[in-house]
Design a protein around this ligand. Structure first.
Ligand code: DC
Length: 458
């Protein structure tokens, strides 16, 4: 049977419980320190007396303020609260750097939690899977931190935890957070300083800055989305971790590998299975096709190309939508030849693994179950009678069956006999012969297999 065995379910539960225990301990300490500081006389939280008292504490007060606001930020107290507080307590000139300092401390605390406690703990905290955010942070570094910070309504803490799960260095997080937080910290800081006795114009400038930053963020998001060929909503979903947001928290993360020869119905079936289970679909063949297109355009190292998929499923090569360009006969034939090149496979397999490092995926290709993710939770090898496969393709393309059959045989032969990652079923793959089956029947079967995998044996 395909049930997830008891031991694995038990292990998953114990890992989860351990993460929760550590988090309770961690935040217990933070809250205890906060209470000690608040009621132990180090800081009196009465805002009226506070400004006066702070003058006597010298450089300690801003530092304590930054540390406390940083710690509370890590437990989801919103950033504007601290920026307003800093402006109110320290006035605009000192308050704004203190507010920025608090944002940086918070980002660094979250980073340490992310690094030391791992993804599951960070996900417990962030409430939602961190999805695409980590991939973008890894890819664009401090620039992504700045961009995320500038986005309107982007909550601070999940972003901070996401950054802690990436390869970003502390300085990148610190610089990105400080720079990206400037407009809103400045705005809220000025509002706070007015509340603390400053001029009315400060509040007016502050609100203008906040509204301006939000409006600027919306316009920037629309322009970026347009540049990437996506709708702003799709970009937003992707940034907020769309690949994983559908996943039921009760199910373990699942990667479904669907391999098989051309025309076995992999892409149609994989796309529909992904839709049905609300997983993300990955067409690895499209990546080899992009390599072929890049090579035809004169790129010397087609394994190093930058391929991405947007939320609508279109294929992006270096930011250009090439969904249609990669389906020409010329590209199709060269893709199969390039797919035999170890250097090309190495680059593209690394990118596929990077994409599938988190979230739930249905990936289809030739070597997904054997090479890309040999530990995939479900592997399916789709096959069908060669003539039926050729007939399906010919109907799809409106082409001659004999011609398609000849090309298909040539490609199958090359894919099966190449030395690197030849097309073959993984030993533990479920072989599904789709000859005579409808697409609906195949999708039903794979969705059933997936559900059986994640149903603990009872
Ligand atoms: O699935 P497709 O026809 O779009 O794939 C294009 C080519 O890429 C095909 O000749 C096989 C090759 N390929 C591969 O070698 N490994 C994969 N994982 C996916 C595709």
């Amino acid at each position: 049977m395909l049930h997830l065995d008891d031991a694995r379910a038990k292990h998953a539960r114990s890992v989860k419980h351990r993460a929760i225990r550590r988090l309770v301990l961690f935040f217990g300490v933070i809250i205890a320190v906060g209470i000690a500081v608040a009621f132990g006389g180090i800081i009196d939280f009465n805002p009226r007396d506070l400004q006066h008292e702070l003058k006597g504490t010298g450089p300690l007060a801003p530092i304590i303020y930054m540390l406390i606001s940083g710690a509370l930020g890590a437990v989801f107290v919103p950033g504007p609260v601290f920026a307003i507080g800093a402006g109110l307590l320290f006035g605009p000139w000192l308050g704004i750097p203190v507010g920025l300092g608090g944002a940086v401390v918070s980002a660094l605390i979250c980073r340490e939690i992310g690094v030391h406690m791992g993804r599951s703990a960070a996900e417990e905290l962030a409430g939602a899977r961190l999805g695409q955010m980590t991939a973008w942070l890894d890819r664009y570094g401090a620039v992504a931190v700045i961009a995320f910070r500038l986005m309107p309504a982007m909550p601070d803490a999940p972003l901070n935890y996401a950054a802690g799960l990436t390869r970003l260095k502390r300085w990148q997080i610190a610089v990105g957070t400080a720079v990206g937080s400037i407009p809103r910290t400045l705005g809220w800081g000025l509002v706070g300083s007015t509340a603390g006795g400053g001029n009315g114009w400060q509040a007016a400038v502050g609100f203008t800055l906040i509204v301006g930053a939000d409006a600027g963020g919306v316009v920037a998001a629309i322009l970026i989305a347009r540049h990437l060929g996506m709708t702003p909503k799709a970009l937003w979903r992707k940034l907020r971790g769309a690949p994983a947001e559908h996943a039921s928290p009760n199910l373990p993360t699942m990667r479904i590998a669907i391999d098989g020869p051309a025309g076995a119905g992999k892409s149609t079936v994989a796309r529909l299975v992904a839709e049905r289970l609300e997983y993300t679909y990955l067409d690895t063949g499209a990546m080899y096709r992009c390599a072929a297109l890049a090579s035809l355009r004169g790129v010397q190292a087609p394994g190093d190309i930058d391929v991405d998929f947007d939320a609508n499923g279109s294929v992006q090569l270096d930011g250009e939508d090439v969904s249609l360009l990669i389906r020409t006969p010329e590209v199709t034939s060269l893709a199969s030849q390039l797919a035999a090149e170890p250097s090309v496979r190495e680059g593209l397999v690394a990118r596929q693994r990077e994409l599938m490092a988190e979230g739930d995926w249905v990936a289809e290709g030739r070597d997904v179950g054997t090479v890309v993710v040999p530990d995939a939770e479900l592997k399916v090898f789709l096959d069908a009678d060669p003539l039926e496969r050729a007939e399906r393709r010919a109907a799809q393309l409106g082409a001659d069956v004999r011609e398609i059959l000849a090309q298909q045989q040539e490609r199958d032969e090359r894919d099966r006999t190449r030395l690197t990652s030849p097309l073959k079923a993984a030993d533990d793959a479920v072989i599904l012969d789709t000859t005579g089956l409808s697409i609906e029947q195949v999708v039903d079967r794979i969705a059933d297999l997936a559900r059986e995998r994640v149903t603990p044996a009872g």
